[in-house]
Every structure is written in C-alpha cells, then in structure tokens.
Design a binder for this molecule. Structure first.
Ligand SMILES: [Fe+2]
Ligand SMILES: [Fe+2]
Length: 282
C-alpha cells in the first residue's frame, strides 16, 4: 500500500508571474498546426474553472489536516490561483485569435455543477486523480521540448512554469486523500481511488472530445482527417499519450504515490532556463 510521502525538503513555491499581457498570438500558435493548437487550447480552457474546483475540493479539509500538509495545501492553493489567472489571460488570447470560447466555458461550468451532489471525499479523490493527470503531463512537457518548440516564447514559458509548479504540488491532493481516508482499510482506500480514477478518465476524455469538436467546427475542420491527425499527434508525433501511458497506469498500483518518482531535477533544469525571477513582480 502507499507508504511513500513527499520529500522532506520539498518546496512548493507560488511564483507570481505574468505572461503575454498585451500580446496576441497567431490563431495556430503551436507550430502553425491547427490540431496541436486546438488540443492545447481545449486543455487551457479547462484550467481556470478546473483548478478552482481542485482547490475547493482540497481546502474543504484544511482545518483537520496536520502539518506540514496544511501549509502545503495553502501553497498549492496559491499556485493554482496564479495558474487560473494566467490561463484566463491565455484563454483571452485564444478568444482574441477569433475563437468563441464562451460555449465551452459554460459547458465546463455545467460539468462541474453536475458533480455537486457527490460527497466531499469523491471530489477529493477526483482531484487527486486529475492532479496525477496534470503531473504526468507536466513531466512529459518538460522532458520533451518538441511539445512547445515552435511557439511564441511567452506561451512556452506559461506552459513550462505551470508544469514546474504542478510537479511541486503533485502530492498534495493525494496526501490529503490518504489522510482523510485513514480509517479505511488499505484495500478499501485503493479501490476507492482507482474507481474514481477510472470514471474521471472516462469523463475527462468525453468532455475534451466534445470541446475539440466545437473548436474544430469553428475552423471548419471537424472531419475524419483532422481526428486522424489528432490521433497521430497524440500517439506518435510527439506522442503525448504514449509518453504518459505508463505513469497513468502506475496510479492503479496499490503502492502508488506521486513521489515514488521524484522529478524535481527535471523541473529545476527547465526553471533554470526560464529565468522566472526576472519577470516575477516585486
Ligand atoms: Fe495548475
Ligand atoms: Fe495542480
């Protein structure tokens, strides 16, 4: 069962950085490729509301959590608040490039509203699952520079900054889940989190396919050819889904913990090249 924990010297640092204010991006900002661009636009559209939901789901337990987890939850919440703010700014650029994003925004609001009746433990387990999504995607984005190679520099920096912080706080929701469910048997706890991961995975992809249809329609390219190109993009070139497949499956192992794999060195290496301190506001 899960015995690992966050590293004792873990630092979760909310970096108050702004990207691309007052700038506009080309409509197909990712290498001129409508498929790659649309995939990332669809993901970014989920972040402001999705990350606010994550924070709400974890902060629900703030008062009962022991230290250092309680402090980590506050740092996680601050990081996610900055991520929401910056992806809202990025999403305004997407709208500025001519996309109508309001319909998707409304649908995501409704997706979250539809889960309202679930108990807080399910929201927490769902957040732990989706935080694993973001952590494994973050790792892939930082490790393989092809994902954001031909992008405006500010856009690349936004996604890299976000990825670094997702890695730092990747264990917070999971550790909160472990604490909140400490009275369950290890088997019950495992079953709970993997069942939720399964339904979160299905729901996440259903909703993203819906959003991708809506965005492709706006470019007049919602065709089998485009979906084939998307499949090639996700599976082979550069193959984001292939890159995250094993880390995803690891979540189903009884001994899974986000910090079984310490990837802070990768994050530190990318951060060194980002020179964020030059743009952090005083
Ligand atoms: Fe985030
Ligand atoms: Fe996160």
């Amino acid at each position: 069962m899960s015995t690992a924990a966050a590293p004792a010297d873990l630092k979760i640092i909310p970096r108050d950085v702004m990207f691309g204010r007052g700038k506009s991006n080309p409509r197909f900002w990712n290498g001129g490729d409508p498929v790659a661009t649309t995939f990332y636009n669809a993901l970014s559209l989920t972040f402001p509301q999705g990350e606010a939901y994550f924070v709400q789901s974890v902060r629900h337990y703030l008062d009962i959590l022991p230290e250092p987890l309680r402090t980590q939850v506050s740092e996680f919440a601050q990081q996610e608040a900055y991520h929401s703010r910056e992806h809202m700014a990025f999403n305004r650029q997407v709208a500025g490039a001519g996309y109508d994003v309001k319909q998707i925004d409304d649908l995501i609001r409704q997706d979250i509203r539809d889960t309202k009746e679930e108990p807080p433990e399910v929201h927490l387990a769902g957040t732990a699952a989706l935080e694993h999504f973001t952590a494994m995607l973050a790792h892939a984005w930082l490790k393989d520079p092809r994902h954001f190679k031909d992008c405006p520099a500010d856009v690349r920096r936004l996604w890299q900054w976000h990825s670094i912080e997702e890695i730092e706080h990747k264990g917070v929701a999971f550790d909160t889940f472990l604490y909140v469910t400490r009275e369950l048997t290890p088997f019950q706890r495992w079953l709970f989190r993997v069942m939720v991961m399964r339904s979160v995975t299905v729901g996440f992809w259903k909703e993203r396919v819906r959003d991708l249809h809506l965005l492709f329609q706006q470019d007049g390219i919602d065709t089998p050819k485009t979906w084939r190109r998307l499949a090639i993009f996700l599976v082979f070139k550069p193959g984001l889904i292939t890159q995250v497949l094993l880390p995803y499956l690891a979540y189903y192992l009884p001994g899974f913990h986000p910090w079984n794999h310490d990837d802070r060195a990768l994050a530190a290496k990318v951060e060194h090249g980002l020179r964020l301190t030059e743009v952090i506001r005083a």
